[in-house]
Design a protein around this ligand. Sequence first.
Ligand code: PA5
Length: 445
Amino acid sequence: MISLNIEKTLGFISKENVFAYEAQVKAAQEALENGTGKGNDFLGWLHLPSSITKEHLADLKATAQVLRENCEAVVVAGIGGSYLGARAVIEALSNSFAWLQDKKSGPVILYAGHNIGEDYLYELTEYLKDKKFGVINISKSGTTTETALAFRLLKKQCEDQRGKEMAKKVIVAVTDAKKGAARVTADNEGYKSFIIPDNVGGRFSVLTPVGLLPIVVAGFDIEKLVAGAAAMEKACGKDVPFAENPAAIYAATRNELYKNGKKIEILVNFNPKLHYVSEWWKQLYGESEGKENKGIFPASVDFSTDLHSMGQWIQEGERTIYETVISVEKTQYSLQVLSDEANLDGLNFLAGKHVDEVNKMAELGTQLAHVDGGVPNMRIVIPALNEESLGGLLYFFEKACGISGYLLGVNPFNQPGVEAYKKNMFALLNKPGYEEESKAIQARL
Ligand code: PA5
């Protein structure tokens, strides 16, 4: 189970003021439970972990088996909420060098549809040229340009390389039950497909097939992931007292920090495998809270790497930031610092220590230095990088996000702001139906 410690924020805000949120948090929890708050048609994530059936997981596992047996590489095509959750979990659980290993335990997982990079797509399709590959096409709307564009290329390449029949077997769609081009294509082509529930928005969809299918294809245990999330669903439930509910405390603390001028939250990790968990977290909080000219700006750093770049700013820059550190209690493997006869680097004082002991002291030393430098620190400890812990961590952040958005007074479940760039891009590209917008935008250039 994860634990949250806010002690090192308390020189900057008071515990009393954090606990003063108790009634508001209770109201937010009730609004989520009763569906009486803003965005209440997107609350399907709330009790998702405890409602996922064995049959559903078995269906996902069986589909994954087909892909694992027939593919050397599987391309996960999706963007935003249809991409980041799967990548967060897969990268956190994978061997850092899985890609380079000769003996692979399953298909290599690749990503597409999350950018419009011509070179990226060219290089991807080149790499796939002599590979038996499959595709998981993930899009709730089924009309997202980035994903649709990549899928067009990949579908054709897969069919050309592997034949229509095999392509049918190794292309899977995760999309809306009825609407959108991805649904129509899946039905027309006879692809196996999974449904993204109407009431689950992209950034809250990691525990739907959007996340679960790629994760199980990558060889990870989705039963344990869901069990970890279900345990956290209980631990953050509405009847858990405020002081014992980590989602409640996190939501209240960050809102109190925000009220006190701390406008930027930096999610910190000391484990490079957590990089994409931070990317997922940034989307979750950025899209949920950044609206109506309000919202904490979610940023992230990977330490100790970024202590050698962003460390200076964090230590001495503008004092508008606070940090939330994700600390992983136990490593998976064991590696000690070696003794060296010449000791030219002066590191013999560390000989025999585990590398992680050094990392943990870097973590503690950084926390104390940053607090001294005026940066409040929260600390989330997870026992290990495994499926249970990650499931718990993801649900914890989702639940806290729902509460936090309501405390801030916004609708945490919509994202009207992401349409603006799309409208301009379509106008600039002369998309049919955008004639007026095209004229208007050309006049501005
Ligand atoms: O969280 C969200 O709603 C977005 O990030 C979407 O997931 C993203 O835009 C992709 O949308 P779609 O799944 O419709 O392709």
